[in-house]
Structures are given as C-alpha cells and as structure tokens.
Design a protein around this ligand. Structure first.
Ligand code: NAP
Length: 275
C-alpha cells in the first residue's frame, strides 16, 4: 500500500515535531511524516544541501509544513540553528524522528576487517549513531514531558549482513544509545525507541553493495515472503510516537516481515536449488 495513506485520524492532533532525514519521496522519513500529518501532527523538517532542498521542498509543502531548516548533523552550528528555530517558532515540541545514516561507499563493500578505515569508522558512527544522542539531547530541552522519539535501525546490527559492514556496527551503537537515552529521559515520561526496518528501496539503501541480492533474499526468506512496506514502518512510528505507544520505551521494534525471527530459511528460498 506504499502510495496510500492510512485512514485519517486524530492520533497526533495538537502534537508538533521534527523529522530529520527526508531526502526524497522514497525516504523512510517521508513515509513516516506523511502518516503523522494524516493524523493531525504539525511537522518541521531538516534538509542537507541545496540539491536535497529542491527535491524535498515540494513534498514538505504538500503537507502544509513551513519549517524547513538546513542541517548537517556533523555541524554544530546547523544543529544549534535547527533547535533554536524550533524554540523560536513553536516554543516546545512533542516528538522527534531521526532517520539519518551515512557511511562511505568504500566502507560498504567486501571484507569488513580489511576495508574499515579509522576515518570511515568515525564518520559512520558520528553521523549514524552520535547524531541521535546529540539530536535527542537538544530535542529534550524543548520537548514537553510525555514526548517521544524514534530512530531507524537495521538487523545488520545484530547479525552479519554482507557489505553492511561498519554500518552494522553503527546501528548496534545506535540501538544501545536508544536504551541509554530512554533511561535518562524516562523520568520525564519521554519515550525513546528504535524501529528495525527490513530493506526498503531508498537512496541510502542504494549505497550498499549487493542491494539486489539483499532484497531478493529478504523477500524469499521472511515469514511474510515479502519485502518491507514503508507503510508498515510508518505505522510503527505512528504507534511509538503517539499515545498508543504508552509504556513502550528503550525498545528495538522489528518491522521486517518477520525476517529477524527466522533461524533458517525454507528449502530453496530463492526458488532455485541451493546446492
Ligand atoms: P534516505 O532517504 O537516503 O535517508 C537518509 C537521510 O540521511 C538522507 O536525508 C540523508 O541526507 C541524511 N543524512 C546523511 N548524512 C547526513 C548528515 N551528515 N546530516 C544530515 N543528514 C544526513 O534513506 P533511508 O533508507 O530512508 O534512511 C533513513 C534511515 O533508515 C537511516 O537511518 C537508515 O539507515 C535507516 N534504515 C534504512 C533501511 C533501508 O533499507 N532503506 C532499512 C533499515 C533502516 P543526504 O542524502 O544529503 O546524505
């Protein structure tokens, strides 16, 4: 149902939040943003660079959002400006969506132990894990008690996925960060969760070597025998960011067609003999 919205409702009416990571209409952050808007949320967005601004602006305007701030998560000045803008325009926010990750293409191919450089490791962990700690701290300073935060992760944090390499390490760190942030902000009733999405065709996914094989194998070996629908990820985010998610925090919630639950695929998962 990728192009259809869930039925309109009031789950997020009166709530305001920041969505980080919309690059284009295929972005997971966009699927989430659309469904938050359909449920009445008021949204602000960040973008990185002029090219992305051109691609993302029409999407963002299509849902009537007018706070659209340039932000590179490795640049403190742009992070300061993003949260100062939110404070200035809204005073307080109720939720944060963090859907940002990056590793150099040379880090996402072949042997992990051979190809992971110090710089590649630092930058992957900085952009893909530390950025959530930084954004969560800044967001918490203007977040109403009882707010919620969601980040996006992938099974490559728990198991070896070919070519995912240093990004798997970054996602493991991101999931641990989620638990620590949840513990720190819990006394204020702020819930912090991660969604572990199965493979979705986005710009970020295109950067990972053997993406075609990953999609084919996930479809064949998952419990639902299908690839992950971004709408499923958006639905999970809606649950975790709205009052439906009360009492749920520090969790890594898999939305991957049940792929994570399978210990061993059925015989001939790819439709051809394996030997
Ligand atoms: P996407 O559309 O390419 O979104 C990734 C976003 O991260 C882009 O907007 C990108 O902007 C942004 N970003 C990268 N470096 C940044 C920086 N220094 N400062 C600010 N923004 C930066 O891809 P996506 O697949 O939706 O990714 C969203 C999240 O979902 C990521 O955390 C990803 O790891 C996670 N996820 C994806 C899948 C999947 O299969 N697609 C599965 C599980 C989890 P630029 O384009 O300018 O770099």
């Amino acid at each position: 149902m990728a192009d259809q919205d869930f039925p309109a409702g009031e789950l997020m009416r009166g709530k305001r939040g920041l969505v980080m990571g919309v690059a284009n209409s295929n972005s997971i952050a966009w699927a989430i943003a659309r469904q938050l808007a359909v449920q009445g949320a008021e949204l602000a967005f960040t973008y990185q660079g002029e090219a992305l601004e051109r691609r993302a602006r029409p999407l963002i305007e299509s849902i009537g959002a007018d706070i659209f701030v340039e932000c590179d998560v490795t640049n403190d000045t742009t992070m300061d400006n993003t949260f100062a803008t939110l404070k200035d325009k809204w005073g307080h926010i109720d939720f944060l969506v963090h859907a940002i990750a990056f590793a150099g293409k040379d880090q996402l191919v072949g042997s992990f132990v051979e190809n992971t450089t110090r710089e590649g490791f630092k930058s992957a962990l900085d952009i893909s894990a530390y950025s959530f700690v930084d954004a969560a701290r800044r967001a918490s300073e203007i977040m109403n008690d009882g707010g919620a935060m969601v980040t996006l992760t992938y099974l490559g944090s728990e198991r070896v996925v070919p070519n995912y390499n240093v990004m798997g390490v970054a996602k493991a760190a991101l999931e641990a960060c989620t638990r620590y942030i949840a513990a720190d902000l819990g006394p204020r009733g702020i819930r912090v969760n991660a969604i572990s999405a199965g493979p979705v065709r986005t710009l970020a996914a295109a950067g990972i070597g053997s993406a075609r094989h990953i999609f084919k194998f996930n479809k064949a070996a998952s419990a639902l025998q299908d690839n992950t629908d971004p709408m499923g990820v958006a639905g999970a985010a809606l649950y975790l960011l709205s009052d439906l998610g009360l009492s749920c925090t520090g969790e890594t919630h898999h939305v991957d067609g049940g792929f994570h639950a399978i210990g061993m695929p059925r015989e001939e998962p790819l439709g051809e003999p394996m030997n």
